[in-house]
Design a protein around this ligand. Structure first.
Ligand SMILES: C[S@@+](CC[C@H](N)C(=O)[O-])C[C@H]1O[C@@H](n2cnc3c(N)ncnc32)[C@H](O)[C@@H]1O
Length: 229
């Protein structure tokens, strides 16, 4: 276990190639992202890979109103991206998840992943959720947005990018798998070498419904397709 360092996904040619390959195979009509931050990391990587392609919708969700304002400015060249204020999952469910997550309570020191708030990550992630994620005003943010958006677009071959808070990454992943079921979809995960998506990565590698397009442990990302043979 080691303290987490970076927020933005690294901008590399290998990630761009993986996203382009996934877009070619999936041909998504919709892109849905959780964890916009400044709009300059995963959102920009997706935009670059899309190139001239224009999905019907590109929704990016950010719980912090002030970060979302900055992201809108940073994404002014792509005004068709819907920057939505809110929480991906239900707040109460996220709190229960972090409170009861055995992985956080009994951290295995032999697993070489990044974790925030050491030595008590569960307390830190809980305080984050209870104290208003991302700063001011986020405790009033609408929640459960994946639950609204994913069923609406389940048949649109959605590409789903998950990169929000460390404590709820795996909950977001499980929600995505549950809500999209057997429909074809793509996943772009950032922070697979972090508590955020380490278990999501293990799930994808073990589940025959998924095909990994490419993944980089050092860069921390995975691009995969589900239910596409
Ligand atoms: C690691 S940063 C995202 C980095 C960004 N994807 C990039 O590559 O630049 C996580 C962001 O998710 C936001 N966030 C945390 N929990 C969230 C949730 N449940 N729903 C939506 N946004 C969330 C935080 O406010 C923060 O801006």
């Amino acid at each position: 276990m080691k303290p987490a360092e970076r927020l933005e996904v690294p901008d590399t040619g290998r990630l761009n190639a993986a996203l382009c390959a996934a877009l070619d195979r999936l041909d998504p009509q919709v892109v849905i992202e959780s964890g916009t931050y400044l709009g300059t990391g995963t959102t920009r990587a997706l935009l670059r890979a899309l190139g001239a392609r224009r999905p019907r919708r590109f929704v990016t969700i950010e719980v912090s109103a002030s970060l979302l304002r900055q992201a809108r400015t940073n994404l002014a060249d792509a005004p068709w991206i819907e920057c939505v204020w809110g929480m991906s999952v239900r707040r109460e469910e996220a709190i229960e998840f972090v409170k009861n997550d055995p992985f956080l309570r009994e951290l295995d020191p032999n697993i070489d992943i990044f974790v925030d708030f050491l030595p008590d990550p569960a307390a830190g992630y809980l305080a984050e959720l209870q104290g208003g994620l991302g700063g001011e005003s986020s405790s009033d943010a609408p929640d459960g947005l994946l639950e609204q958006l994913l069923p609406l677009h389940a048949e649109d071959r959605p590409l789903v990018a998950l990169d929000s808070a460390g404590g709820v990454g795996y909950l977001e992943f499980r929600e995505t798998v549950r809500l999209l079921g057997e429909n074809p979809y793509g996943l772009f995960l950032d922070d697979i070498n972090h508590v955020k998506h380490y278990r999501s990565k293990l799930h994808i590698e073990a589940d025959p419904a998924f095909t990994v397009v490419d993944t980089s442990w050092d860069e921390g990302w995975m691009v995969a397709l589900a239910n596409l043979r």
